[in-house]
Design a binder for this molecule. Structure first.
Ligand SMILES: C[S@@+](CC[C@H](N)C(=O)[O-])C[C@H]1O[C@@H](n2cnc3c(N)ncnc32)[C@H](O)[C@@H]1O
Length: 243
């Protein structure tokens, strides 16, 4: 039995989805959220609660970043700039999909891989809600979530891909000022981390035109490999490898 989190189904929650998630993750179904981590299915969708905090993925709070000409100011968008029509990207470390959302807003068809089942179900639910939002639905329609290990999945790709994006930073490794309080909940799941070198090697083997890696500003290059060029921000940077 999984002892990291429990599952709770409340009024309006998707019972089938919750039961299948509980089976898949070998988690216990409880009547109400306890003080430990609980994946809660209710009328608002799926959320993660515990330690006095609640977290739900939400693309609505990104609206201001993708509207009124602000998208072009995003560093990731500048790093992924391309004139090509019908561009395809892979986000091999999806997390809550915020970076992938920026790529999709830019016009990329994005496949998102997320291996942690709790993060994946929170993201799936956030995408479901975004698809109902008049402003966000067109962007969300370009995002396809696959639950699984991207190192494995990238070795069996059938279609060519233009950009592969890697953000293997975990909150524990980020500066504390970068950690959103609610994301501390996700950190408690202790998601298993792929070896950075494995991720990078799998990305290279997939044969994209470009790999973009998000790094804390002062950290070493991922897998020790020098990028073609870098875009620097205040706390993070994007290392770009043109292949
Ligand atoms: C720092 S978070 C990514 C945050 C994301 N860029 C965003 O905008 O929300 C890293 C995520 O990558 C996932 N991850 C790490 N290695 C992975 C792999 N090999 N396959 C799929 N997901 C992976 C982790 O479970 C974690 O959720």
């Amino acid at each position: 039995m999984n002892n990291k989190f429990e599952v709770c189904i409340q009024k309006g929650g998707q019972r089938d989805q919750a039961e299948s998630f509980a089976r898949r993750t070998a988690s216990q179904i409880v009547d109400k959220p306890g003080k430990n981590l609980t994946v809660l299915f209710d009328s608002k969708g799926v959320s993660l609660t515990g330690y006095g905090l609640t977290y739900q993925g939400d693309f609505e709070n990104m609206t201001h970043r993708v509207t009124n000409g602000r998208l072009q100011h995003e560093m990731l968008v500048r790093a992924a700039k391309s004139e090509k029509i019908g561009r395809k990207a892979i986000d091999a470390t999806a997390g809550m999909g915020e970076d992938a959302f920026l790529l999709a807003a830019q016009g990329y068809e994005v496949t998102l891989y997320e291996q942690n089942p709790v993060v994946a179900i929170l993201l799936k639910d956030a995408l479901r809600r975004a698809k109902k939002n008049m402003i966000l639905k067109e962007i969300a329609a370009r995002m396809k979530l696959v639950e699984g290990d991207s190192v494995e999945c990238m070795s069996g790709l059938l279609d060519p891909v233009d950009v592969i994006y890697l953000d293997p930073m975990f909150p524990a490794r980020q500066k504390s000022s970068l950690i959103n309080k609610k994301l501390q909940l996700i950190q408690k799941l202790e998601p298993p981390c792929s070896e950075e070198t494995d991720l990078f090697d799998a990305a290279i083997k997939a044969g994209p035109d470009k790999i973009i890696v998000k790094r804390p500003l002062k950290s070493e290059f991922l897998a020790g490999r020098k990028p073609s060029y870098t875009l620097n921000g205040k706390a993070i940077r994007y290392d770009c490898y043109t292949l």
